[in-house]
Design a protein around this ligand. Structure first.
Ligand SMILES: [Zn+2]
Length: 269
């Protein structure tokens, strides 16, 4: 049995009262062609309650295909759960003029806590000119920016992230999936740049990756997410809880790093 009060409490109760989880990579709503039984707002909140998750930050599925409708939907949904649920503004690099208007609306949507980019979905390298307006916007405001990253991708590989991190040091970059498949390269980028963090969605399931990240980069640079409503939080949390790391590292990954990153960035208490 692993020697950890946090692990013991999760195993016994399914939650940890002293270590409420903060989820920095969630979604919301239907996704074409996939049945996700608990994608509604109340169901997602119920899942959080069941798994001991205090707070999450989501980007809407709708916003990937229809940025204007999807961002408005996320603003409306999260407004119903102050202090519990926040949103990323999703930016579509193909729609420059609409994108400019979406960025202008950022300040009028108090539950927005950062920006979400999905260069692979939009088939556009994050280093392309099409992303410049949103990156400049994020840099000017020192925003949190979650981007999908994947190993070997022509759009969002660790090498692409390094370029963005170097060019925009004031953006706090969360590497969604930690460059899945190129974990070592992504860890190098997170070690090289103080503004780059590793986010665990899907990566947590790869044996030994969490231990490697803690050893090679440091637990202070790792945050948790699990693509809710795609994946069950208990599985993701379990991977962190049962990893061969210290309780101090578990606490940082499950909660404290995210709280530190969100500090000063949440407009709704
Ligand atoms: Zn995702």
């Amino acid at each position: 049995m692993i020697d950890s009060p946090i692990a013991r409490e999760f195993l016994e109760t399914g939650r940890c009262a002293s270590c409420g989880v903060i989820d920095l990579h969630a979604h919301y709503g239907h996704f074409r062609g996939i049945y996700m039984p608990n994608h509604g707002p109340q169901q997602m909140i119920a899942t959080m309650d069941r798994c001991g998750v205090d707070l999450m930050v989501s980007s809407g599925h709708t916003a990937l295909a229809d940025m204007v409708r999807g961002n408005a939907e996320m603003a409306a949904v999260t407004a119903q759960y102050p202090g519990r649920w926040y949103a990323y503004l999703t930016y579509d690099p193909h729609l420059r003029e609409l994108g400019r208007r979406e960025l202008e609306l950022y300040d009028t949507r108090p539950t927005f806590a950062g920006i979400k980019l999905h260069p692979t979905f939009h088939q556009t390298p994050i280093t392309a000119d099409a992303y410049r307006p949103v990156l400049e916007f994020a840099a000017a405001r020192s925003l949190l920016l979650l981007t999908h990253t994947w190993g070997g991708s022509a759009f969002d590989s660790p090498a692409h992230i390094a370029q963005v991190a170097e060019r925009y040091p004031s953006i706090t970059l969360l590497c969604g999936h930690s460059g899945h498949g190129q974990f070592a390269e992504c860890m190098d980028v997170a070690r090289r740049f103080s503004n780059v963090y590793l986010e665990l969605t899907a990566a947590y399931a790869v044996r030994g990756v969490i231990e490697d990240m803690v050893e090679r980069v440091g637990a202070h640079k790792v945050v948790l997410g699990y693509d809710l409503p795609w994946f069950d939080p208990h599985y993701a949390i379990g991977c962190v809880v049962m990893a061969h790391i210290s309780d101090e590292a578990r606490r940082l990954i499950l909660r404290e790093n995210a709280l530190r990153l969100l500090q000063g960035r949440l407009r709704v208490p």
